[in-house]
Design a protein around this ligand. Structure first.
Ligand code: NAD
Length: 330
């Protein structure tokens, strides 16, 4: 059994349940949260140990993987400590709020010789995997437009909750694009590759927050293809979370990128897509495989860092009001 510790029990509570009940080969050993009541409650529900101190997870021999589910701005800090204690590290998205922090974590994992993964759950959704393969194989012909967009609702309470870390630069790394949108930014990079140029505008329209609740980005890819990103948490309710790509030979509209309903246009494209295999269905399953079989995880530290780098370019363009040249790997 691969032993897991989960650190941070907001969304981490649901990941802890997944580890304990739905991940073959995994066992949840301990949950950690600064809030004692919450840690106790989750441990009682899931039949594992609990603590308010990270150290208590790091000193256990039966913990192989530390899953970091704290606010985004402390992912690298927790991850570096875990890596130095010899634990494999799986962070939730985004990997952290700056590329400098991501680099510290990548370096710590490299030095310790541990696996570093980032939980972008849409990378494990069958239809998204099919589209990524279609783009890799050129089944859609020459790419023309890659578009990601979401209209969601988030209340002011959501931003004020838990010391108000959401919607801050230091802890959330941005607003709707960095938090909710980061899944879609990751999909856009996965489907279309690295852009070479982008222009972004952001705004705060209906929340009291530091960062944006509306973001719009226009991107150019080296192939000549165009990309667009539109994301907001100001809509009256949460409606779509979509990714669309089309090229000279076909098109795919993914209406729900987190659970994967999609429409396909193009001769034989549907049949080809259906034949794409997706053997792994979550980042936790992926990590268990990586630990036990020595295979790479689907989103490692360098891959997870790309979205954070894209966000840095987006916010620079929005701040300066000009298009920027993009180098995702810098
Ligand atoms: N589907 C997804 O992939 C998904 C969904 C929601 C959130 N997230 C990510 O999960 C992270 C947490 O978001 P959330 O919505 O669960 O936040 P949250 O505020 O609901 O929960 C965070 C928890 O972490 C605890 N915490 C804070 N610092 C800690 C520390 N140093 N050690 C231990 N515990 C600590 C807090 O007490 C809190 O209970 C964010 O990075 C967010 O982007 C991912």
């Amino acid at each position: 059994m691969t032993g897991f510790a989960v650190i941070g029990l907001g969304m981490g509570r649901s990941r802890a349940r997944q580890i304990q009940h739905q991940t073959e080969g995994a066992e949840l050993r301990i949950v950690v949260d600064l809030k004692e009541d919450l840690a106790r409650e989750v441990a009682a529900e899931l039949d594992c140990d609990w603590s308010t101190r990270l150290e208590d997870a790091l000193t256990r021999d039966d913990v192989d993987v530390v899953m970091v589910m704290t606010p985004s701005g402390v992912h690298a800090e927790v991850g570096v400590r875990a890596a130095r204690a010899g634990k494999h590290v799986l962070t939730t998205k985004p990997m952290d709020v700056t590329t400098a922090a991501c680099d510290r974590l990548i370096q710590a994992a490299d030095e310790a010789g541990v696996i570093l993964g980032v939980d972008y759950q849409s990378r494990y959704v069958d239809n998204n995997v099919r589209v990524a393969e279609a783009m890799r194989q050129g089944w859609l012909g020459q790419p023309i437009i890659g578009e990601v967009r979401f209209k969601w609702f988030r209340s002011q309470d959501y931003y004020d909750h838990n010391d108000g870390w959401r919607g801050t630069w230091a802890m959330d790394g941005g607003g709707s694009l960095a938090n909710q949108g980061s899944h879609l930014l990751d999909l856009l990079l996965w489907f279309m590759g690295d852009p070479r140029r982008l222009y972004a505008e952001t705004a705060i329209m209906s929340h009291q927050i530091e960062t944006e609740d509306v973001g719009a980005v226009l991107l150019s890819f080296p192939s000549g293809a165009t990309g667009t990103i539109v994301g907001t948490t100001t809509f009256p309710t949460s409606v779509y979370f979509a990714a669309e790509v089309h090229g000279t030979e076909g098109a795919v509209l993914i209406d729900a990128a987190l659970d994967g309903t999609m429409r396909v246009f193009g001769e034989e494209l549907e049949d080809r897509l259906q034949q794409v295999d997706n053997p792994v269905h979550s980042a936790m399953e992926d990590m268990v495989r990586a630990v036990n079989q020595g295979v790479p995880v689907r989103v490692d530290g360098r891959e997870g860092r790309r979205t954070v780098a894209l966000l840095e370019h987006i916010y620079r363009s929005a701040r300066e009001g000009v298009p920027v040249e993009v180098d995702i790997n810098r």
